[in-house]
Design a protein around this ligand. Structure first.
Ligand SMILES: [Zn+2]
Length: 319
């Protein structure tokens, strides 16, 4: 199956040098080399259809995020000097998500990468992979966190939802608290996530199985918290369950929040997935046979990210 990639080199302007982990300054894990490594490995392996994003109006972001939050992000970075870094405020949920002077611009571009992919899907493409950075699935309606500022997957899914029901499958190691938060009360967008049990890992306070949606959205939020050390076989078994739920929901479109921090040697993760497993994950997703938009989320083993992405894309495309 054909696949096209949406990519902008502009993500490199978001370049915090450190985060604060356990009270200590640590090198920033969500670095530009992540996406560069994925892009260059895909190209080296014969995947060459790369396109730059279009620019979309702010209304698509405002359809998902609170106006005051968007204004804060836009205005606050203007006061940050190029050498400065800002942590923690009312709108920032942790100390892993700093603002630097060009964060807003990079986050906007990342949204455009996602929306351009969604537009291609609406125009009849079957499979698009948006190489978003910064990632998005931890960004809530009015809060940034977990390296995420705007929720790329949620903004794209909301855009697609005008034309039919959307399922979001989140396969990042961490629970996508932001995406869950945004769609928690909606029945037209199913959110389904496989992730580390929040008792063990970030975001700690969301991602439990008992969180099933509320109001109209009751039953349209499905969490599969998994144990640390989850293996390929255990993971694929639950993935098939998740895909059966999606099949039941009968959506028109599928959005995949693809994080590669489930890899066995990811510095932040804690599962045991091998590189060939990502191909099997891709294959399972291909079998469901829906127009599919893949959105890049996490994955922090820079050395292996390219190989993981190639394995995943081979499964997705059956090549
Ligand atoms: Zn993650």
């Amino acid at each position: 199956m054909e696949i096209q990639f949406i990519y902008s080199a502009k993500h490199t302007i978001h370049d915090p040098v450190y985060e604060i982990y356990d009270g200590q300054k640590e090198p920033y894990a969500e670095k530009a080399e992540r996406i560069k490594s994925i892009e260059s490995s895909l190209k080296a392996n014969g995947f060459k259809s790369f396109y730059t994003p279009k620019v979309f109006p702010l209304k698509y972001i405002l359809a998902v995020h609170q106006k005051e939050y968007v204004s804060f992000l836009r205005a606050r970075v203007l006061k940050i000097l190029p050498e400065d870094i800002l942590f923690s405020s009312y709108y920032i949920m942790d100390t892993y998500t700093p603002l630097v002077s060009r964060t807003y611009e990079a986050a906007l571009t990342s949204v455009n990468v996602a929306l351009t992919g969604a537009e291609c899907i609406l125009n009849g493409k079957k499979l698009i992979y948006s190489l978003c950075r910064p990632p998005g699935h931890h960004a809530e309606h009015n809060r940034m966190g977990g390296y995420c500022y705007f929720n790329n997957a949620a903004i794209a899914a909301n855009y697609l939802s005008k034309k039919g029901k959307v399922a979001i499958l989140d396969i990042d190691f961490h629970h996508g608290n932001g995406t869950q938060n945004i769609f928690y009360q909606r029945a037209d967008v199913l959110y389904i996530s496989l992730h580390a049990n929040p008792h063990d890992r970030f975001p700690y306070n969301s991602g439990f199985a008992k969180e099933k949606g509320s109001g109209d959205g009751r039953g349209y939020n499905i969490n599969f918290p998994l144990s640390l050390g989850t293996t390929d076989r255990q993971y694929l078994k639950i993935l098939r369950k998740a895909l059966a739920e999606i099949d039941n929901f009968n959506p028109k479109y599928l959005v995949v929040s693809a994080g590669f921090d489930t890899y066995e040697y990811d510095p932040i993760g804690g599962f045991k997935l091998t590189i060939p497993c990502f191909s099997m994950i891709g294959e399972e997703i291909r079998k469901i046979d829906l127009p599919t938009l893949v959105i890049q989320e996490g994955g922090y083993n820079v050395e292996k990210l390219g190989k993981i992405a190639v394995s995943f894309v081979r499964g997705l495309t059956g090549s």
